[in-house]
Design a protein around this ligand. Structure first.
Ligand code: COA
Length: 257
């Protein structure tokens, strides 16, 4: 069991809690591995009818661990990146996935929501996709799914400027279902997860398969991955990661791409 991903199965609901609050729930290779394993298990295990993803601490997640990005940028990353397994598992999931988002959801914290079937946002939630600020490109098929959901110009702005999108706006754009008070987020998410878990599961999974083009989504994941890996090693990305580590603003003006 990976320390920073808590798992609990009750009443057909597998609850996955991101629990690395001291690092703002930044996701490491091991954490992605645990999430990928859990989603893979959910596809096979009849006892799991719904997956609920939530987070401890004051935010959903600060996204990928930037120290690990810096390692990968320097060519010292792990052989097999578990984020790839996690994203493929999300893309191909047929189990119903509910997300309960508190505070900031950065990077993959937002893009994973595009694979969830019911998204509840606490009133303090903010969606942030700073891929260009990090000199990267969007991932998790978000370069396809976000424009599809909210339209090109809004998606372009989110990706390119990386400004936070507040909860009410995210709901009005169709990225999430509802805004709820932060204090009742978990209760409300549990309630809706129980409602899904009470439905005929064969029907739910068949419906989800029909509603999502998993092959198209996986194709996009593969295209993004190819470019993302090249961007990770770029001089621009190295400057972005160094700036985060040094707690300063990056300066891209002297780098030619
Ligand atoms: N990777 C690794 N560590 C991270 C992290 C990340 N993505 N985000 C935050 N942390 C760490 C900080 O380094 C800090 O560690 P320290 O206490 O050892 O110095 C700790 O978490 C607290 O972060 P801090 O920046 O002080 O919290 P904050 O509330 O002021 O700001 C964020 C929170 C999320 C706005 C800010 O941390 C941030 O911008 N993080 C990077 C987000 C990002 O670009 N993610 C990648 C997306 S693809």
């Amino acid at each position: 069991m990976v320390e920073h991903i808590k798992q609990a199965l009750s009443q057909g609901i597998l609850t996955l809690t991101i629990a690395r609050a001291d690092k703002k729930n930044a996701l490491t290779n091991d954490m992605y591995g645990a999430l990928a394993d859990a989603l893979t298990q959910a596809e096979k295990d009849d006892a799991i009818r719904v997956v609920l993803i939530q987070a401890d601490g004051d935010m959903f997640t600060a996204g990928n661990d930037l120290a690990e990005f810096a390692e990968q940028s320097a060519g010292n990353g792990p052989e097999e990146l578990q984020v790839v397994r996690f994203v493929r598992a999300l893309a191909n999931a047929t189990v119903t996935i509910v997300a309960a988002v508190n505070g900031k959801a950065v990077g993959i914290g937002t893009t994973m929501l595009l694979h969830c079937d019911h998204v509840l946002l606490a009133d303090d939630a903010q969606l942030i996709t700073p891929f260009v600020n990090l000199a990267l490109v969007p991932e998790a098929a978000s370069s396809y799914l976000l424009p599809l959901t909210i339209g090109h110009v809004k998606a372009f702005e989110m990706f390119a400027l990386g400004d936070p999108v507040d909860a009410a706006t995210a709901v009005s754009w169709g990225v999430a279902n509802r805004v709820v008070p932060a204090a009742t987020l978990r209760e409300e998410a549990q309630h809706v997860a129980e409602r899904f878990a009470s439905k005929p599961v064969g029907s739910l999974t068949a419906m989800k398969r029909l509603m999502r083009d998993a092959a198209r989504i996986t194709d996009q994941v593969n295209s993004e991955r190819f470019i993302f890996r090249k961007r990770l090693k770029s001089a621009e990305a190295k400057e972005a990661f160094a700036a985060f580590a040094d707690k300063r603003k990056p300066d891209f003006t002297k780098i030619s791409g």
